[in-house]
Design a protein around this ligand. Structure first.
Ligand code: ATP
Ligand code: MG
Ligand code: MG
Ligand code: MG
Length: 493
């Protein structure tokens, strides 16, 4: 293998180090104060104070001019939520590494574009004719002009005009979140199909032409009232997905056919005794086996990283996202691969082997990470087994039905058949029996049970079961109905 992922990462970092960039280690995926409430989703998050000019003048960060790093990113929840794509396509992950270089008030568009082009075509040796570049085409409504300066820079570098393309806000104006630093950007896309003209496929969500690298010209701060305020200094902020560029360099159209994922697939294959991974997507993936492979391997990486950074499967905030990811993983392992218990946590050592050198914190906590994951996996398996038993009993009583009524769901949820079976788990279990759930009817019943909210005590953002609610009410604590609803949404509550 000419381009193991380790070498791809190193080449990037060394390229910029040799051009006076300081290497700054990845920050944790857990946001610090003022970094928002979602996972870290881009390399620039930790540098937000520099962009905003709020950096503590005595900190190291205050002296940063040129920086390079590889940032651990997770895109589950928030503005850039990719969860629904993961497993279904070959280039979006929940966890990925973002290779990035920065200029803080130092170089700007010209140098940034020139270095990006130099790295891709010389250091990595990608053929120029397979690369497309884009620039911001302007937006009248927002009062933003096209970035012709950027277009001209690319033309000057020598890229033929038919491969220099303008796009709008969605693709060429990068924003970290609803508010915060933002600006026009220029992206480099790779044509896997090697066709003569792939213009129409750039930014078209096509697996043939993939966005590799986003070069952002940080010029504005998006304020709470949605207006754009110019930043005091101009900066460059770039991000390239390590998994995507590795796929290109390893000669494959799929991020999953690289050394970052194949060892995990091999392990799943031998542990579960299912057919080997074949890389099929969509309807071609009959039975969903390849999709399950991708989801499990992807989620195992995300979970290993998130837990090493201190998150725990749990009830509130990001911990609840971690729990949700474990459950999605278990669901695939159990239903599609008929996997033995513990298969997800048994992937941890392989993830550590793959990422541990680049991110020592993953190595340090690996045993603990594995046991935390194992416990949660087991716990959820247990919940499913018990839920299944309860549902079996219930179905015996209800007779042959095609859909559970609201009343029946409520009965199962409140523990009438031995254990409490939350509606979102019931949904999965019932699906296995080919039975639907009348959630509308069920919601009406729940609305009827509305707990009166007291003005001073409101539990915000908690995951509560019906049982918890009754208990809280007994203790004189009130909850809003929204909190309760939260519990019933299986996805992204
Ligand atoms: P896409 O349009 O493919 O969803 P994006 O425009 O949302 O990507 P950026 O926010 O510009 O991505 O992030 C910079 C780079 O990070 C992208 O060019 C891509 O290489 C990589 N990247 C973004 N999201 C993911 C993901 N979910 N999984 C893997 N790599 C990603
Ligand atoms: Mg995206
Ligand atoms: Mg994009
Ligand atoms: Mg982009």
């Amino acid at each position: 293998q000419a381009w193991p992922s380790q070498k791809v990462r190193e080449t990037f970092i060394n390229f910029f180090r040799n051009r006076d960039h300081l290497f700054v280690p990845s920050s944790s995926v857990v946001p610090k104060k003022d970094e928002g409430t979602y996972f870290i989703n881009a390399g620039m998050n930790q540098f937000k104070p520099v962009f905003l000019g709020t950096v503590d003048p005595h900190s190291d960060m205050a002296s940063y001019r040129r920086v390079v790093n590889s940032q651990k990113c997770i895109r589950v929840g928030g503005k850039h939520n990719d969860l629904d794509d993961v497993g279904n396509d070959l280039y979006h992950h929940t966890f990925f590494e973002m290779l990035g270089n920065w200029s803080f008030g130092d170089y700007f568009k010209k140098e940034a574009c020139a270095m990006a082009w130099d790295l891709l075509t010389n250091a990595y040796g990608l053929p120029e004719r397979h690369l497309y570049v884009t620039y911001f085409g302007g937006n009248e409504k927002a009062g933003l002009k096209p970035d012709l300066e950027c277009r001209d820079i690319w033309l000057e570098i020598g890229i033929p005009p038919e491969r220099v393309l303008p796009f709008g806000m969605k693709d060429n104006f990068w924003e970290m979140g609803e508010t915060g630093p933002c600006g026009p950007c220029s992206e480099l896309h790779y044509d896997h199909s090697h066709s003569n003209d792939a213009r129409g496929l750039v930014n078209a969500d096509s697996p043939q032409v993939i966005e590799l690298w986003n070069v952002v010209f940080m010029q504005y701060d998006r304020l709470g009232d949605m207006s754009l305020c110019p930043l005091p200094r101009h900066h460059v902020d770039t991000g390239m997905g390590l998994e995507r560029v590795t796929a290109v360099l390893q000669g494959t159209t799929s991020n999953y056919n690289t050394d970052l994922f194949l060892p995990l697939f091999e392990h799943i294959h031998t542990t579960c005794g299912v057919p080997a991974y074949q890389g099929r997507v969509g309807i071609a993936d009959k039975g969903g086996i390849d999709t399950a492979y991708r989801i499990i391997a992807d989620h195992a990486r995300m979970l290993t990283v998130a837990i090493s950074d201190g998150l725990r499967p749990g009830r509130g905030g990001l911990d609840s996202k971690v729990r949700k990811i474990v459950h999605r993983c278990v669901k695939q392992a159990r239903r599609v691969l008929k996997a033995p218990p513990g298969v997800i946590s048994s992937l941890v050592p392989l993830v550590v082997e793959s990422l541990g050198e680049a991110f020592p914190e993953i190595q340090r906590n690996s045993a603990e990470t594995q046991s935390i994951l194992e416990a949660e996996e087991e716990r959820y398996m247990q919940t499913l087994v018990e839920g299944e038993r309860a549902l079996g009993k219930a179905l015996n009583k209800f007779g042959s039905i095609t859909c559970l009524t609201g009343e029946q769901i409520y009965e199962l949820e409140s523990g009438r058949f031995g254990v409490h079976v939350p509606a979102h788990i019931l949904m999965d279990l019932a699906e296995d029996h080919g039975i639907g759930l009348n959630m509308k009817e069920y919601d009406e019943i729940i609305d009827g049970l509305k707990v009166v909210s007291s003005p001073d005590v409101v539990c915000d953002n908690l995951v509560l079961s019906q049982h918890d609610m009754a208990h809280l009410k007994d203790s004189g604590i009130a909850c809003t109905q929204d909190d309760f609803k939260y519990h019933h949404m299986s996805d992204d509550g």
